[in-house]
Design a protein around this ligand. Structure first.
Ligand SMILES: *Cc1c(COP(=O)(O)O)cnc(C)c1O
Length: 382
């Protein structure tokens, strides 16, 4: 079946009432037909039919075997890290989501895990970072916010020869544009808060597995730790997924148009959008994606310009987060990546001039008009 059909029909089939939309099962307990018998549901944390629907849907969309829904992306990552033992070492993409870096540097460091940050797009650098204790590679492609690309086929091949797990945070592109499990990864993670939910009104996290061993372990950990997605939020996520292909097409088409417009502005030094054909990472990316997503970062001519633009916008909102219907502009250095030590952030290209735009579903000409008036207002003030 086509991806769009899976978005609508996988995970839930009309029950005995014929309900077309998945019911929200809030029951905490499920009556047993007899001793040592179960309907398949016993207690809400372990599994409930609404969460099961969205978990099945995401497994189908990513081409995996099992999905797991959590209360947030960070809860999904924290649970995933429990697969590992004190002393285990990770190789991670250098400019990850700021919250992931914070978790790695604090909670998991305390638990004895160690990390080396490298440009995972550079296999030589990855090889250099390898140690006998290395157990996994954790990748974002494109990375956040500087849009570096990692060749998932090549890195998975290298990692599997060394018996490492390949974990991909697929939040930015979603399985509509990129399917890491089919490119060789073992586990996919999502912040469902972003494109999967898609409407800036839901907090959720997802893991998708394909190996039986990972599936069994994560099923145990999800139930044991308990940061699961609620029935209502499971339903909201399931509803968001039905329109994922339509939304992603529009996000990407608008983003390309806006990226091209930004490139022509004298106040913009550089535009990071992997869909621009003259982008240095275009060739590596195009081999593994079917579209380029809705995230653009750009470097303004000066810190003063970047800061002023944020207060001159009228339609685009100056806010964190991404992947929803509303366009949001962020200042990564002070927002999403504020916990990254300043020198490290600067070394990664997250500087005082960098802005990140999550292109929403408004008409692209209205987004451009808003940026245009904000740029003009800043120029007038200067
Ligand atoms: C937002 C985000 C996360 C964290 O997810 P939450 O749902 O906010 O907990 C992880 N990775 C990426 C790429 C994100 O954008």
């Amino acid at each position: 079946m086509d991806f769009s059909t899976l978005c609508i029909h996988s995970g839930y089939k009309p029950d005995c009432t014929g309900s077309v939309s998945a019911p929200i099962y809030t029951s905490t307990a499920y009556a047993h037909p007899g001793v040592q018998q179960s309907t398949g549901y016993d207690y809400i944390r372990t599994q409930n039919p609404t969460r099961e629907s969205v978990e099945r849907c995401l497994a189908a969309l990513e081409g995996g075997t099992n999905g797991f829904a959590f209360a947030s992306g960070m809860a999904a990552l924290a649970c995933l890290l429990e697969l590992f033992q004190p002393g285990d070492h990770f190789i991670v993409t250098a400019d990850l989501y700021g919250g992931s870096i914070r978790l790695f540097n604090t909670v998991s460091r305390k638990n004895g895990l160690t990390y080396t940050e490298v440009d995972t797009g550079n296999l030589e650098a990855v090889e250099k970072a390898y140690r006998p204790a290395t157990k996994a590679i954790y990748i974002e492609t494109p990375s956040n916010p500087t849009m570096q690309i990692t060749d998932l086929r090549a890195i998975s091949e290298w990692a599997h020869a060394k018996n490492l797990k390949v974990i991909v945070d697929n939040t930015f592109l979603t399985p509509y544009f990129q399917k890491p499990l089919l490119l060789g990864a073992d586990i996919v993670l999502h912040s469902g808060t972003k494109y999967l939910g898609g409407h800036n009104d839901l907090l959720a996290g997802i893991l998708v597995t394909k190996e039986e061993e990972d599936t069994a372990k994560i099923k145990f950990l999800q139930n044991t730790i308990g940061a699961v997605l609620s029935p209502f939020d499971s339903w909201l996520l399931l509803r968001g997924l039905k329109t994922l292909p339509l939304r992603m097409e529009r996000h990407a088409a608008s983003a390309l148009r806006i990226a091209k417009w930004l490139k022509q502005q004298p106040q913009v030094r550089e535009v990071f959008y992997p869909g621009l054909e003259d982008s240095p990472r275009y060739a590596a990316n195009v081999k593994q994606v079917s579209g380029f997503g809705g995230m653009i970062s750009f470097e303004a001519e000066s810190e003063a310009f970047a800061r002023s633009v944020l207060s001159k916008l009228k339609l685009v909102l100056f806010a964190e987060s991404l992947g929803g219907t509303e366009s949001l502009l962020t200042y990564p250095l002070l927002q999403t990546h504020s916990d990254v030590p300043r020198e490290e952030a600067l070394a990664k290209g997250i500087n005082e001039r960098l802005l990140r735009l999550s292109v929403g579903l408004e008409a692209p000409e209205d987004i451009i008009a808003d940026l245009e008036q904000a740029f003009a207002a800043v120029a007038q003030e200067a």
